[in-house]
Ligand binder design. Structure first.
Ligand code: LLP
Length: 422
């Protein structure tokens, strides 16, 4: 049993929905990202059901996976988008997403990005500093429009996750100190080109418990009450993304666990009328994808066995960057009673950090196919062309059908924009 429901062995071969990964490797080559359309729908459904009967806007945190086909699928299901750059805004528009359902986060918004977002008519800027607030106000004033804004506050709570993906502590660069927020809101209220619409926080990623959210929510509720006393009425509360997924044996809280607790707290505080905005990324796509790769060589030294595969840290940087665990499944496991040797699964890149998994018990032969599981989030979007490696192709499986949603990059395209000196 793999942890991902839509990637299962059938007759000894790992499938994505009803398509064999052996077939996909044959048709499209490796390394290859394979996504399940049904898994995308299921993830959306888990949020839709959790939100039923309430005013909730799911703004997909598209940095997790921004392939246009995936954005378009989510847009059709009704999501908005959490963007962090002008590039992501351009992708939303290209994927026919609704700009009115876009929230714009990020600590370093440039002027051209703010202009583009105002022109597109986004729902809200999640403002991360006073300097940014002033820049947005200036640009909106010049354009003769009102910019909708929320302050991203830093509630100083521990999300209990990896330090690189924890964002709600005082020593992180994100947001404004929650204690300073009332004064900044008061300033914003004096700026005629701003329209205060909400408050926002995002405390981290791969959060498996709801207690950090509730700690943050307590502080947000206190802030909203204080703002009400200052005569500032908000229309939405954005609690960010961050819900974790199962990579191997985690049991993360579900959207229903989270939302029922949030609604309870809001109702108790008489704030049930606020629209709730969410920015889930990983939990929408993480278990909807695998990275399919082929064993090029097996090699052993006195201490270790290595399986050198054709995917590398340029395709999936999470293991080496965060020490992240991804399950590895043999696509056609060898039937044997022998004890499986332990392998490090490594790529061809000239860095010792180029590994995808360590110490995995597997029976392997040269040319075997492996699936690196849970590779739907923060895999392709963090991929690079290091060592002049073309980025992998991406396909989406839908039942028996396969859609190539991004062909493998051509070698020529990797350097076609470069110029000789003369
Ligand atoms: N909203 C904001 C403002 C964010 O910064 C993020 C993620 C999200 C929403 C979505 O969070 P999610 O639901 O995906 O946890 N590259 C790392 C994860 C970095 C997350 C950055 N911010 C990884 O591979 O684990």
């Amino acid at each position: 049993m793999t942890v991902a429901k839509h990637f299962q062995h059938k007759d000894g071969v790992l499938h994505a929905e009803n398509v064999s990964l052996v077939q996909l490797a044959h048709d499209f080559g490796t390394p290859l990202f394979v996504y399940s359309r049904q898994a995308l729908h299921d993830a959306w459904e888990s949020y839709r059901v959790a939100a039923q009967g309430r005013d909730v806007l799911v703004c997909y945190g598209m940095k997790a996976n921004s392939n246009l086909a995936i954005l378009n699928e989510f847009a059709q299901l009704g999501t908005g988008f959490d963007i962090v750059s002008g590039g992501e805004l351009a992708r939303v528009l290209a994927a026919k997403g609704d700009a009115h359902k876009v929230v714009f986060s990020g600590v370093g918004k440039q002027s051209w990005e703010i202009e583009a977002a105002l022109d597109a008519g986004i729902k809200c800027f999640n403002v991360e500093s006073e300097a940014e607030l002033e820049r947005i106000a200036d640009i909106a004033l010049k354009k003769g429009v009102k910019a909708p804004i929320s302050l991203r506050v830093n509630p100083d709570v521990d999300a209990k996750t990896h330090p690189y993906i924890s964002t709600g502590l005082k020593d992180n660069k994100f947001g404004v100190d929650i204690n300073e927020a009332p004064a900044i809101y008061a300033r914003a209220q004096q700026m005629p080109s701003l329209n205060i619409v909400g408050v926002d926080c995002h405390i981290g990623s791969q959060i498996t418990e709801i207690s950090p959210y509730l700690d943050a929510l307590d502080k947000l509720i206190a802030l909203i009450k204080q703002l009400q006393a200052q005569g500032i009425e908000l229309s939405h509360l954005d609690i960010g993304g961050g819900l974790g997924i199962r990579y191997t044996d985690e049991t993360p809280a579900t959207p229903t666990d989270l939302l029922s607790a949030v609604f309870k707290a809001l109702d108790a505080a008489d704030l049930g009328h606020l629209q709730l905005v969410l920015e889930p990324g990983r939990s929408m796509v993480g278990n909807a994808g695998v990275l399919l790769t082929r064993v090029e060589y097996l090699k052993s030294n006195q201490d270790k066995n290595f399986a050198i595969v054709d995917a590398a840290m340029n395709d999936l940087i999470r293991p080496t960057l965060y020490d992240a665990w991804h399950d590895v499944e043999a696509v056609t496991p060898h039937q044997t009673d022998e004890v499986a040797p332990s392998y490090d699964i490594v790529g061809p890149i000239c860095e010792s950090g180029d590994w995808l998994a360590k110490d995995r018990a597997l029976h392997l032969k040269q040319n075997d196919l492996l699936a690196i599981m849970s590779a739907g989030a923060y895999a392709f979007t963090m991929a690079s062309q290091y060592n002049t490696r073309p980025r992998a192709a991406e396909v989406i499986v839908d039942g028996e059908s396969v859609h190539l949603v991004r062909p493998r990059e051509e070698l020529q395209s990797l350097f076609e924009n470069e110029r000789l000196l003369d």
